[in-house]
Design a protein around this ligand. Structure first.
Ligand SMILES: *Cc1c(COP(=O)(O)O)cnc(C)c1O
Length: 378
């Protein structure tokens, strides 16, 4: 066992972004660790459409898509995703993890090279490992380092560059225009994981690729339904050729039972909402600004990132754990993120702002954070 083992902590979910830890039922906590950014998981439209699909199609699909699990609602959802992202077509995967470990080995193999940002999500690294391609890690968001690596590249065939758009642990955004320039100059494929950006950025909520108007330049867009979209599952969008290829080659797609109808229903409703109601993300971004302003008023000068994910760096693992416990006593739930999820020495408390948070709770948590950080630094 590691020194600081990870533990499951069962909770009662109270709704409205609040929870009660089982066994410590005294005080409800406001959840600052959820990725349910737009609070869609509790939205009546998602629940209604989920229920409709459950009742119409049953609780499970009973088979993989390539067997008898290929319900019409998968195609409806894929058409919606493709339109949403301005891509020719899309393919649904059972989770973001399944998408990344399916897509990467389908695209590259032994002898090819994959260039991955150092802070890419574990599922991307697992996908690369499974592919047996050569892995080259470049420094986080460092285009000069990536270019050096591309110049030195040794390998056959076309290479793949894989990045996230909004980084899940630091909340910063990839330099997309520069990545597109390099991928064109060095003739690589570019895959962008938009797990923390779909629903949140861009004119329709399509993500950073949409915001930067790069839909035609990015080869593979991956996104999840489980975060801002409030449901579960994932999609990969790109050319029709890409989809046909993945249907034949992505093993996590081929050899797994299709998502339950209720989940597909929730995802359908979430996509429609995000397109039709841009005020959902406007409200959220206003709250994010409020939280960061409150932290700055409390004297924070560190970079707070440019997204809804706000890392508070605390250096050492034990400090982060102590702070998480203290926050709990004040009614806030935040998780300490430590290695191997993040590099050694960069332990942090990760706060994510959601539409559930009131202006008052954002102010209050900022005050508590400032006080705890000041105590730690004494
Ligand atoms: C959460 C996440 C995933 C995994 O998605 P799941 O649907 O939760 O399996 C993949 N990539 C990134 C960047 C993520 O943050």
């Amino acid at each position: 066992m590691p020194l600081n083992p990870r533990r499951l902590r069962p909770i009662h979910r109270l709704g409205g972004g609040r929870l009660l830890p089982v066994g410590r039922e005294q005080i409800p906590l406001i959840d600052f660790s959820s990725n349910d950014y737009l609070a869609l998981s509790e939205h009546p439209d998602l629940i209604a459409e989920s229920r409709r699909c459950l009742e119409k199609y049953g609780a499970g699909t009973g088979a993989a898509r390539l067997m008898s699990g290929d319900l019409d609602i998968f195609h409806e959802l894929e058409d919606l995703v493709a339109g949403f992202l301005d891509q020719e077509d899309a393919l649904i995967f059972n989770s973001g993890y399944a998408a990344n470990i399916g897509v990467i080995p389908a695209l590259v193999g032994r002898g090819n090279v994959v260039f991955a940002d150092r802070l890419d999500h574990a599922s991307i690294y697992d996908g690369i490992r499974l592919s047996r391609a050569k892995l080259v890690r470049f420094r986080h968001n460092d285009l000069n380092h990536l270019e050096d690596c591309l110049k030195k590249k040794q390998g056959k065939g076309r290479s793949l560059i894989v990045v996230e758009s909004v980084y899940s642990m630091d909340g910063d955004v990839c330099p997309l225009a520069g990545l597109v320039r390099l991928k064109e100059q060095y003739d690589c494929l570019l895959m962008v994981d938009e797990a923390h950006a779909v629903g949140m950025y861009g004119e329709n909520g399509g993500g950073i690729v949409q915001q930067e108007d790069m839909a035609a330049e990015v080869d593979i867009i991956m996104g999840t339904f489980g975060k801002a979209l409030g449901g579960f599952g994932a999609f990969v969008a790109g050319s029709r050729e890409l989809k046909d290829f993945l249907v034949n080659r992505a093993r996590s797609f081929i050899f797994s039972t299709a998502l339950p109808p209720a989940v597909v229903g929730a995802n359908l409703a979430a996509l429609r909402l995000v397109v039709q109601e841009p005020q959902l993300r406007r409200e959220l971004h206003a709250k994010v600004d409020h939280f960061k302003d409150s932290l700055r008023q409390q004297g924070f000068t560190a970079d707070l990132g440019s997204s809804q994910i706000v890392p508070i760096h605390v250096g050492q693992s034990d400090r982060a754990m102590v702070m998480a416990v203290e926050l709990g006593k004040k009614g806030f739930f935040a998780t300490a993120i430590r290695p191997p999820t993040v590099p050694k020495g960069t332990v942090r408390l990760r706060f994510s702002v959601t539409r559930h948070h009131s202006v008052e709770s954002l102010c209050a948590v900022a005050e508590v954070i400032a006080r705890l950080v000041a105590l730690q630094n004494k």
